[in-house]
Design a protein around this ligand. Structure first.
Ligand code: NAD
Length: 291
């Protein structure tokens, strides 16, 4: 085996007659797949606002038809308008991911109206910050129902469509709170840790046709769930000071990672959770401070 270069300057593994080495096909090294999601249908949950809106507009810019699933009808319509006004394709579907009948009905509508789903981005989530003994049972159950069970419902409704096509991509939005212990995050952290393990299980069970990974964002201010933290400048400064990149994250940072994991270039990456956190989880400071 040796490495040759094709005209696009991609290295191509070439098998000599004695070798059994797998050779990537032309399609797997296609330049277009780096940048384009033309003719692909993408569902992004929680795309009414924040990071989800960033992911939805990113895919739309790259040619995808985007189905916006969000429980908030007003913000979902706003995301739809932002995309359509910019010349992209998007449609809002009011959906509560914790309600299986609602999920199932919205997914069937997407199939009829936008076509079978190629990419599913499970982003919808909520977060309460409270000490463990002060968490009302209802709040714990609601956190798990939306963040974790909602993801299972989406997978259950969408995967048969991907299996029919023989291919699909799923990217789940976890959090650094699912990777390290943090004060006041017992319910949220448990739901996000569950997502990381759910992602591994799906990758094993659904591959190779369906490629499943997760992204764990760090500190991304300006979103709905960060409103309280945004008001407290000490928390924001602490987060940035303890982030090696020395800046907060943006929805675009997360969207770029999601798009990469949804592309053919990432087809040999399965079951991983990619931190998009400016190095926050790599930092020694994590053992200090209280956030
Ligand atoms: N912002 C951060 O710093 C940060 C960090 C790590 C992980 N995350 C994760 O990113 C994702 C997006 O969060 P965000 O920061 O953009 O917050 P956000 O509140 O702006 O966005 C969450 C979206 O989910 C929607 N949603 C809530 N419950 C829903 C339900 N039952 N069904 C459907 N949609 C529902 C909301 O209406 C909202 O539009 C979440 O999963 C969150 O846990 C965010």
């Amino acid at each position: 085996m040796h490495i040759a270069w094709n005209f696009n300057l991609y290295p191509v593994l070439v098998r000599d007659s004695a070798s059994k080495v797998f050779i990537p096909t032309r399609g797997q090294l296609d330049e277009k797949s780096l940048t384009s999601f033309d003719n692909q249908t993408v569902i992004v949950t929680g795309a009414g606002y924040g990071i989800g809106r960033g992911i939805a507009t990113h895919f739309a810019k790259k040619g995808a038809s985007v189905a916006i699933f969000d429980v908030d009808e007003i913000t979902s319509k706003e995301t739809e308008k932002i995309v359509v006004d910019a010349g992209g394709k998007a449609r809002a579907y009011r959906t509560d991911v914790s309600d299986y009948d609602n999920v199932s009905e919205s997914v069937s509508r997407v199939r009829k109206e936008l076509g079978p789903v190629d990419i599913l981005v499970n982003n919808a989530g909520i977060r309460y910050v409270r000490k463990v003994l002060e968490i009302p049972n209802e709040e714990w159950n609601r956190t798990i129902a939306i963040n974790l069970t909602g993801m299972f419902y989406m997978v259950k409704a969408v995967v048969p469509m991907m299996q029919e096509k023989g291919r699909g991509k799923i990217v789940n939005i976890a959090s650094v709170s699912g990777m390290v212990g943090q004060n006041g995050r017992a319910a949220y952290g448990a739901s996000k840790g569950g997502i990381i393990q759910f992602t591994r299980s799906l990758a094993v069970e659904l591959g190779p046709e369906i490629n499943v990974n997760a992204v764990a964002p760090g500190f991304v201010p300006g979103t709905g769930m960060m409103k309280e933290i945004d008001k407290d400048s000490r928390s924001s400064s602490w987060m940035v000071a303890n982030t090696p990149a020395k800046r907060p994250g943006t929805p675009e940072d997360v969207a770029a990672a999601v798009a990469f994991l949804s592309s053919d270039e990432a087809s040999f990456i399965a079951g991983v959770t990619l931190p998009v956190d400016g190095g926050f989880t790599a930092s020694k400071y994590l053992v200090e401070g209280k956030f």
